[in-house]
Design a protein around this ligand. Structure first.
Ligand code: G3P
Length: 222
């Protein structure tokens, strides 16, 4: 039990790393939450600081989720069973992988190091889910790209992706009989709902026609 508690705490601490805020301070000396959409995420970093910092933040946020689900969760096995047991890492319970990944997403949304005011969780959720059920993540990413390219709204693409991801899991499991773990289904839906709730400001802006489109925003950060 202690081992499980330790890896959950570690996942939260890793998820809490506020990459966009730290990169914004490093590159321009600003808190990106005061500019653009006000969101501490990769999209706002691209928008305000350009593609290099944007890619850096995207990769860091993705790997926070991936590392928590695939590496940090394995530490529970190590702590619980001793060093010899570390080698067969694939034996780590898939439920614990998912829990650690979800906790990293929660850390990203409510980071300890940034007054619990974090991002919307898309990249971290993608990282966490990538190796668990890659086909559904791949299809969802394809849909995300199409919606983003057609509408030029990253937020709309994120909302559609968060909505269809759990539905896709249901189709794969119950429609096509794929062996998809029930816990992925439940936690996938919880993460999707969390991401949609975090986008409520974007939903308001989409509805009243003031949402930022890709390429249309003039950065106020000089
Ligand atoms: O993943 C975040 C994106 O969907 C919206 O970002 O900065 O436009 O609120 P932003």
């Amino acid at each position: 039990m202690l081992a499980v508690g330790v890896v959950i705490l570690l996942s939260y601490l890793v998820g809490s790393i506020p990459s966009s805020i730290w990169v914004g301070k490093l590159v321009k000396g600003v808190d990106i939450r005061n500019y653009g959409s006000g969101n501490a995420g990769a999209t706002n970093t691209f928008r305000l600081l350009g593609w290099q910092p944007g890619v850096a933040v995207l990769l860091i946020d993705f790997f926070k989720g991936f590392a928590s689900a695939y590496w940090i969760s394995q530490l529970a096995y190590f702590i619980g069973s001793g060093p010899v047991a570390l080698f067969p890492y694939w034996e780590v319970d898939s439920f614990l992988r998912i829990v650690c990944g979800v906790v990293a997403v929660v850390g990203h949304m409510f980071p300890l190091y940034a007054n619990f005011d974090g991002g919307k969780g898309m990249a971290t959720a993608a990282g966490m889910l990538c190796g668990i059920e890659p086909v559904s993540v791949g299809i969802t990413f394809g849909v995300f790209l199409i919606v983003m390219l057609v509408s030029r709204f990253v937020s709309l693409a994120s909302l559609v992706a968060a909505f269809i991801y759990p539905l896709m899991l249901v189709v794969l499991r119950y429609g096509l009989g794929w062996p998809i773990d029930g816990s992925i289904l439940i936690f996938g839906a919880i993460v999707g709902i969390g991401i949609i709730i975090k986008h409520r400001g974007n939903i308001r802006r989409l509805l009243n026609g003031t949402e930022n489109q890709v390429g249309s925003f003039k950065p106020a950060v000089g």
